[in-house]
Design a protein around this ligand. Structure first.
Ligand code: 13P
Length: 256
């Protein structure tokens, strides 16, 4: 059976002190190994080292929200994957919709980042998801296929155990309009089928596919109960321990 992963994407929020406080709260409540649930928190770049320190030896992974694919050098304002490795960072979110749509990242750029992150042995949380206009035009599956093909170009089956896929419908992010459990399940099943035909059934079966987009304590359980939903990528609710902890607990319950 696949393990669950509950990930918090803190986006561009907080101070160093508040990020460390939040990290300590997550570390305190983290379920043990036998729960089959892993927890990942992704603070902003300037808070990574402090959060890593605050987490200490607790069973909480720390990830970045982005990185640049080039080797360290003359790339003003960018952060190299090697720098994340140096800090002991475990994972990196790539292809988040805010980077696709606000920062205009293309599938080609995301793919360079994915391949460079795999080379550095980081876990990659690859985000995919359609716009509302694309869903209304019945383009959801075509968009997901294009983002998967683009993002995973040149990535072979042996590297897929370093990848987690996050389905985040853009219309559900930060809007309070969560996908229904059926909508999430349909998209996740489509993604798993895609993985099976592009790679093989074992890769598809082993892949953790997270749902993201307005996950809250009151909708987490029914989303996580779907057979192809293996966890959550949580934005707003991950900034408050009193909201994030019940979502982690919903995964612990779903894993029973
Ligand atoms: P919200 O949970 O705030 O909708 O954000 C989802 C998200 O973008 C996580 O990466």
């Amino acid at each position: 059976m696949r393990r669950y992963l509950v990930a918090g994407n803190w986006k561009m929020n907080g101070t160093l002190a508040s990020a460390q406080e939040l990290a300590r709260a997550v570390a305190e409540g983290v379920p043990d190994e036998s729960s089959q649930v892993d927890v990942l928190i992704c603070p902003a770049f300037p808070h990574l080292a402090g959060v890593k320190e605050a987490v200490g030896n607790a069973r909480v992974r720390v990830g970045a929200q982005n990185a640049y694919h080039e080797k360290p050098g003359a790339y003003t304002g960018e952060v190299a994957l090697e720098m994340l490795v140096d800090l002991g960072i475990d994972a990196v979110i790539l292809g988040h919709s805010e980077r696709r749509h606000v920062l205009k990242e293309t599938d080609e750029l995301i793919n360079r980042k994915v391949r460079a992150a795999l080379e550095q042995k980081l876990q990659v949380v690859l985000c995919v998801g359609e716009l509302l206009s694309e869903r209304e035009a019945s383009q959801t599956e075509a968009v997901l296929d294009r983002q998967m093909e683009g993002g995973l170009n040149g990535v072979d089956a042996s590297q897929m155990n370093q990848i987690v896929v996050a389905y985040e419908p853009v219309w559900a992010i930060g809007t309070g309009h969560t996908a229904t459990p059926d909508q999430a399940q349909a998209a996740h099943a489509h993604l798993r089928n895609w993985l099976s035909s592009r790679y093989n059934p074992a890769v598809a079966e082993g892949m953790q596919i997270l749902y993201g987009g307005s996950v809250k304590p009151d909708n987490a359980a029914e989303l996580l109960a779907q057979p192809d939903v293996d966890g959550a990528l949580v934005g707003g609710a991950s900034l408050k321990p009193e909201l994030f902890q019940p979502i982690i607990q919903a995964a612990v319950d779903a894993a029973q």
